[in-house]
Write a protein that binds this ligand. Sequence first.
Ligand SMILES: [Zn+2]
Length: 202
Amino acid sequence: MRSEMARFACIQILNSQAAQSINFAIGPYRITGASYLKVAAALLTGDIAVDVNPSRLKPDQGAMYLPGENEFVVRTAALTATLVQRMTVVHESTHAAIDIQGFRYDDTWSDNEAAAYVAGALYMYKTSLSSIWDGDTSIDLMTRVEPWATAFRIAASISSGNPNVPAKDAIDLRAKIKGSQPYKRLGMTFGTRLLSDGIRRR
Ligand SMILES: [Zn+2]
């Protein structure tokens, strides 16, 4: 179901100070606050849509972004309710930001996911609600499971200083992603492509 509430929740999260302070480069991508402003603008114009429809998601999928359809699929319209929900919006919006950057020959699905995981981890480090996170054991647990553990280690290492993720760390994260569910189930390899084709409607 198309949801105005979900659409505006995404825009609110992308305009937040925590999302706007994200700035890093990994593999072929550079992601900044401006990347998320472009996603927010596309949500505002309807060039990117939001479908609240858990039946389109696998049990181990929090949400997804479809670069062909230019569409987010989410479980709930109440996307600002929890830190993990907000982080999920930042993760999927990173895929959307890469889609907006358009087609390139040198990217892969695992590069794309690595960027989204680092962005999600950076968002969680930068959110003003980190005091809530400190007391939340479910988040504490999540950060110890791969690929999260590696994404958080990388986010911590770049959150103050050089925003460029070293190639060695990027490969490490891509390997952890490739080896984890649901990507393993979907047969992801280092070479699997994901077509980020821009969001202009024909
Ligand atoms: Zn993803």
